[in-house]
Design a protein around this ligand. Structure first.
Ligand SMILES: [Zn+2]
Length: 170
């Protein structure tokens, strides 16, 4: 997103150079530059101690489609905390360990999605209203169910590469 008006005071912004960064929208009133930015989200592959992956079906949109857990990073929150919060809010899962895998730019919604895999504690699901249901599947099943998703499919491939390089591939 590129700003035209100041999000604080509403003044029209004008272009200013900041070192190598040319034509950055600047508010003369607040004396503040507004560098272009995208929405920041996390997307997580939740894996339990038996190497099973939790896939979710949401309560809205395409309710038949299985997806990974994802959500926006809140103001002042780290990406890691957003992953833990989303896993707990949406599925009731407690995170043991997080590994960052890759990031994806999703043009449709102008979001930068930070992709992680999370080792989660075994336990029963506890869904939020956003979630219709979820299931534990193995890697092959997850591959099939995520094949029509964009970021989910790519993140799963990244996870498979990660497992191969760590000699955990089964
Ligand atoms: Zn301003």
């Amino acid at each position: 997103m590129k700003f035209s008006f100041c999000p604080h005071c509403g003044s029209k912004l004008f272009s200013k150079d900041f070192g190598d960064d040319k034509n950055i929208p600047f508010c003369a009133n607040c004396e503040m530059p507004f560098f272009p930015r995208s929405g920041l989200c996390v997307i997580v592959i939740p894996v339990n101690q038996n190497n099973m992956i939790a896939l979710t079906r949401q309560s809205y949109g395409d309710i038949s489609k299985y997806v990974l857990t994802a959500g926006f990073i809140e103001e002042g929150e780290t990406a890691e905390n957003a992953c833990k919060r989303e896993l707990f809010e949406e599925l009731g899962l407690k995170t043991v360990n997080l590994t960052y895998l890759a990031s994806y730019y999703y043009e449709k919604s102008d979001n930068l999605m930070l992709g992680f895999t999370a080792i989660v504690k075994d336990g029963d699901f506890n869904f939020s209203n956003e979630v219709r249901d979820a299931c534990w599947v193995d890697l092959n099943e997850a591959r099939k169910l995520l094949k029509n998703t964009t970021v989910g499919r790519e993140l799963l491939n990244e996870y498979i590469n990660f497992l191969k390089t760590h000699n955990n591939y089964c």
